[in-house]
Design a protein around this ligand. Structure first.
Ligand code: PLP
Length: 403
């Protein structure tokens, strides 16, 4: 048995089986490539599920992690530390927000956002204003609160009952939202571009209507930018494309450069109702992760980086349109923006992903039958060419096998 085979056997024996992992063990990364223990190279179009925006081995990230870890790893939130305060200041200065609460993941960020929206609604508008509106194909996380806002039945059903008072509507259906909102609605939550649910963008007119309806009904508007935020779409925040600002925004994935961090950004309207003791976390805003996040944020929020994402993203979009034209029966639709794209296939996407592994390409699925492309933001046109060549080979094989 090889070392990799032994590790995979041990994983089956000792690790709770909540994931179906492919048959190789990842060992290290460099730039936008991953390498397994056998030395095989993979072009990474998953990036740790939209996390590794700067790819692997960014020198400033490594130096900062090393430097801060030697100085002070963790203190808990009971004390002031400079990295946490500096990061909060940067996030506020570059967004709609006035205040930040740090946590450890996207799920936790949404969990906190729900609590803050409830507290704000209760304090200002009295009892009974506790309900949430979310959308079909949404994904907000796996804990009870965040799961209650997540549409997918498969994720919900085994764990019911979930939090009551959540209504799911079709994304982009303004009339349905007008009918559903009431004095009991405390918040509406949506991803400006839905990720895990299948890369479905919210339309600009819809976002404008949601903003107006939230104002009319005194409901908080929460944007979950855990996946689509921080440069992924070619603007720092996805909401900027619509010119519609939320009251609360949740972040996580790319912020920590691969280390775990989440953040809840909010206006003073919401933040002023939160008091010491209302919420907390032992690990959150750890000095090491915040120091790294500051470097990641500086790099991603740089105008040149955002311009780069737009340029490479446009190139990728053109390649995908060409692919759709080349494989009209296999490729049903392509959607996306910047470096966040979905490709709907008529054949099994899991098969396409596993063929990708054989060809040295890491892909991830989304929704029912969508390939999701969320590569590191630092990929270049030559990587897009390499990706497109590999995908053509995958689709050619799949169409031959299905003929
Ligand atoms: N929200 C969105 C939009 C996500 O894509 C995800 C994760 O995929 C989450 C929340 C949950 O984040 P985490 O897995 O960090 O808890």
């Amino acid at each position: 048995m090889s070392n990799a085979q032994q590790l995979m056997a041990d994983e089956k024996q000792y690790v709770l089986q909540t994931y179906k992992r492919p048959p190789f063990v990842l060992d290290h990364g460099e730039g936008v490539y991953l390498y397994d223990t056998e030395g095989k190279q993979y072009l990474d179009f998953c990036a740790g599920i939209a996390v590794n925006a700067l790819g692997y081995g960014d020198k400033d990230v490594l130096a900062t992690a090393d430097g801060q870890a030697h100085k002070l790893v963790h203190t808990s939130n009971l004390y002031y530390t400079a990295p946490m305060i500096r990061l909060a200041k940067k996030l506020v200065e570059r967004s709609f927000a006035d205040k930040v609460f740090f946590c450890n993941s996207g799920t936790e960020a949404n969990e906190g956002a729900m609590k803050f929206a409830r507290k704000w609604a209760r304090k200002n508008f009295g009892e009974g204003k506790t309900e949430f509106i979310a959308f079909a194909h949404s994904f907000h996380g796996r804990t009870f609160g965040a799961l209650s806002l997540t549409a997918k039945e498969k994720y919900r059903a085994p764990f019911e009952p979930l939090i009551p008072g959540v209504t799911f509507l079709e994304l982009n259906d303004i009339a349905a939202l007008e009918r559903a909102m009431s004095a009991k609605t405390c918040a509406v939550i949506l991803e400006p571009i839905q990720g895990e649910g299948g890369i479905y963008p919210a339309q600009v007119e819809f976002l404008q209507a949601v903003r107006a309806l939230c104002d009319k009904h005194h409901a908080a508007l929460i944007f979950d930018e855990v996946q689509c935020g921080m440069g992924r779409t070619g603007k720092l925040w996805a909401y900027e494309w619509a010119g519609v600002a939320p009251d609360i925004m949740t972040l996580a994935k790319p912020l920590g450069g691969g280390l775990p961090i989440g953040a809840i950004l909010m206006t003073d309207k919401i933040g002023s109702t939160i008091e010491p003791g209302d919420h907390g976390s032992t690990f959150a805003a750890n000095a090491t992760v915040c120091a790294v996040a500051e470097v990641v944020f500086d790099k991603i929020s740089d105008a040149k980086m955002l311009q780069h994402v737009n340029q490479v993203g446009t190139y990728l979009g053109e390649k995908l349109d060409a692919l759709k034209a080349e494989f009209p029966t296999l490729v049903k639709d392509v959607r996306g923006r910047g470096l966040m794209w979905g490709i709907d296939l008529t054949l099994d996407t899991n098969k396409a992903v596993s063929k990708g592994y054989d060809k040295g390409l890491i892909l991830v699925t989304a929704g029912e039958n969508t390939l999701r492309l969320v590569p590191p933001l630092v990929i270049e046109n030559k990587h897009v060419d390499e990706f497109a060549d590999k995908l053509v080979a995958i689709l050619t094989e799949m169409s031959q096998e299905s003929a």
